[in-house]
Design a protein around this ligand. Structure first.
Ligand SMILES: [Zn+2]
Ligand SMILES: [Zn+2]
Length: 251
């Protein structure tokens, strides 16, 4: 039984279900927790704006009251450089409770990173060993610099050495997502992460419509097929533990 869905979108980015609608569906499906994680501030077209965080907070308060669910206010931020820069600032954590981070192609960065990171990954079909190394390092640095709770769709469009990223994720207390819309790991990669690291996984829908909230069927099946023990999937066993944001907020 799925306890929570920690990656859903609303019209604050390009989802169609409102906060209230996502929450209602989550309740109907028996979830206890939900996160609203619209696309982060540097996304070119679907970004939530910083000035909207206040009204998102109000929407979440209302939806929590109506459903009794715990709803986390979050963002699906973007990794935007080789050095692991993420498009969040300390003061954003006045509002942000959960930080999901992923690679997305249509994001603003500095000119150099636009070319040597964003576009490079976007245009490369078969990434070289060197590029995989660069990408791996970017995630590792991001995990050490920012209080990231979940890495969304790791290895999708930005290939990494999944074991190396999983080792650091486990060390800092970050979950690796099994994304409801994408088959972003091979059987082999899953096996390696399970056997060579202690990383914990989380099943998320990445819903962009209310109907898909809590829909984690694809990776529920694949995780059994690929041999991820149930104990290693956090939200099949209860809620997730969020990383401390205070030190980053005050930095
Ligand atoms: Zn995403
Ligand atoms: Zn998403």
């Amino acid at each position: 039984m799925l306890y929570g869905d920690y990656h859903t979108h609303t019209p604050y980015s390009h989802g169609t279900g409102t906060v209230m609608e996502n929450a209602m569906v989550a309740k109907e499906k028996g979830l206890k927790e939900l996160a609203i994680t619209d696309h982060g501030f540097n996304h070119m077209s679907f970004n939530i704006k910083r000035k909207e965080l206040k009204s998102l907070r109000r929407d979440i308060d209302e939806a929590e009251k109506a459903t009794g669910l715990k709803i986390y206010l979050g963002v699906e931020a973007n990794i935007i450089s080789r050095s692991g820069k993420v498009d969040v600032k300390p003061k954003d954590f006045e509002y942000l409770e959960i930080l999901v981070v992923g690679y997305h192609k249509a994001v603003w960065s500095d000119v150099k990173s636009m070319f040597d990171y964003i576009l490079k990954n976007m245009l490369t079909k078969n990434p070289s060993k060197k590029l995989i190394e660069i990408n791996t390092n970017s995630y590792i640095q991001a995990l050490r610099k920012y209080p990231i709770d979940i890495i969304s769709h790791l290895n999708h469009r930005c290939k990494v050495d999944v074991v190396e990223v999983a080792k650091v994720a486990s060390e800092v207390g970050c979950y690796i997502e099994l994304n409801g819309k994408r088959k972003h790991f091979s059987r082999e990669q899953v096996k390696d992460m399970v056997e060579k690291t202690d990383v914990m996984f989380v099943l998320d829908s990445d819903a962009h419509s209310k109907e898909r909230v809590g829909d984690v069927d694809m990776w529920l099946k694949l995780s059994e097929e690929y041999g991820i023990p149930k104990e290693r999937i956090a939200n099949l066993n209860g809620g997730i533990i969020l990383r401390d944001k205070k030190a980053f907020y005050e930095s």
